[in-house]
Design a protein around this ligand. Structure first.
Ligand code: HEC
Length: 108
């Protein structure tokens, strides 16, 4: 009896994971995640963030903070793009935001 309960629990968790994988925000639907990852490395985002918060720099990303939607996240990356003069194209900004969302913010 106990075993059956555990099995069905893990089946449920499996379904939840599948659901999560598909619950990406519409604005990131066509995002090129590989490109986003490359651009994050090239533009030294993490190096600068690490100087501020230590570790690998990811502590700067606060999913529970003011960047509370996918749209705001994309807007924040656009703002960094402008302020830091990175010269990123709109699709590149989107791809970076999509990677940050997948790895840190997880907005739906
Ligand atoms: C020269 C330093 C520097 C670079 C380079 C930099 N950032 Fe930042 N970034 C910051 C600082 C400082 C903050 C915190 C600002 C604040 O909290 O007011 C920040 C905050 C952020 C936030 C908001 C975090 C949150 O949840 O509040 C995001 C998103 C972000 N940066 C993305 C990026 C991306 C993507 C790149 C690379 C394309 C990048 N940053 C490059 C300094 C930098």
């Amino acid at each position: 009896m106990k075993t059956i309960r555990m099995l069905s629990l893990s089946a449920l968790q499996g379904l939840a994971l599948l659901g999560a994988a598909h619950a990406e925000p519409a604005i990131f639907k066509d995002a090129d995640l590989a490109l986003g990852q490359k651009l994050i490395a090239q533009n030294r985002c993490s190096e600068c963030h690490a100087q501020r918060v230590g570790g690998d720099g990811s502590g700067i990303y606060r999913p529970a903070g003011r960047i509370s939607t996918a749209g705001l996240l994309r807007g924040m990356v656009e703002q960094c793009n402008t302020e830091l003069g990175l010269g990123l194209f709109p699709e590149e900004v989107t791809s970076i935001a999509a990677v940050l969302n997948r790895d840190h913010y997880k907005h739906k």
